[in-house]
Design a protein around this ligand. Sequence first.
Ligand code: CO8
Length: 258
Amino acid sequence: MTEYETILVERRGRVGWITLNRPQALNALNSQLAQEVTAAAVAFDADHGIGAIVVTGSEKAFAAGADIKEMESMSAADMRATDHFGAWDDFAAVRTPVIAAVSGFALGGGCELAMMCDIILAADTAKFGQPEINLGVIPGMGGTQRLIRAVGYYKAAELILSGRMMGAEEAERAGLVSRVVPASDLLTEATTLADTIASKGLPSLYAAKAALDAAMETPLADGLAHEKQAFAALFDTADQKEGMSAFREKRSPDFTNR
Ligand code: CO8
């Protein structure tokens, strides 16, 4: 497996695990980490033995944002020329379902990374926020767009304009978090959820994720048309025949990912 310096990467059964590992900087997302997380996710995505990816951090921090020290001296021209965080577009584009397992701080780019994932499982210690306004900037990895879609305009505006952090319970009530679990159970819960997802057939997982993405990006009529096409297309897969005959025969399906 490729050597990484800022993340730990492990395959457990059909699940790919990516652990952010810059403890000295609370997992701040520097450009090397962005490249490595994306490379690892893209590699798992290309592996048909993988049905789910989990991204997690440490107990204290999922990620405390983009690396402020790396960005501090950059000019607008530098920022535009380097496409500093362009790698994240490739991360967001993986077809495999991705779970963010968040404990501690998920701030700025850390909150935005969680929002690039499909499911956010939060420890009761998690803290979410977009504090960029305190640094004289604004979210730059999707926060102004994805947070509104998750929690609505007024909640997003309050968080982005004030820089206030919110705890896990508030984030769940607001719709940012899929589920809150006790901090000590976070990795077990993430494992169970990821294993459950990874046990499904890949064609239907890919189709479901693509249809969910379409809902975020298109008007309702276009999204419904996308869903109708994708739903019909799955009837040419072996997994659909297996899933439905298993139901009729009252047994568990044995998906072959075809
Ligand atoms: N960048 C770099 N280093 C960081 C970051 C960060 N985002 N966050 C923490 N660190 C470092 C600290 O500097 C400190 O290092 P050192 O020991 O060398 O001084 C170490 O991590 C531990 O941090 P603290 O001592 O501050 O720990 P505390 O427990 O006291 O505080 C906080 C924790 C509250 C999380 C605090 O560290 C903090 O406020 N961090 C910054 C949070 C923040 O502002 N995040 C937003 C960053 S900007 C951003 O994400 C923009 C994204 C879009 C970019 C897209 C570009 C195209």
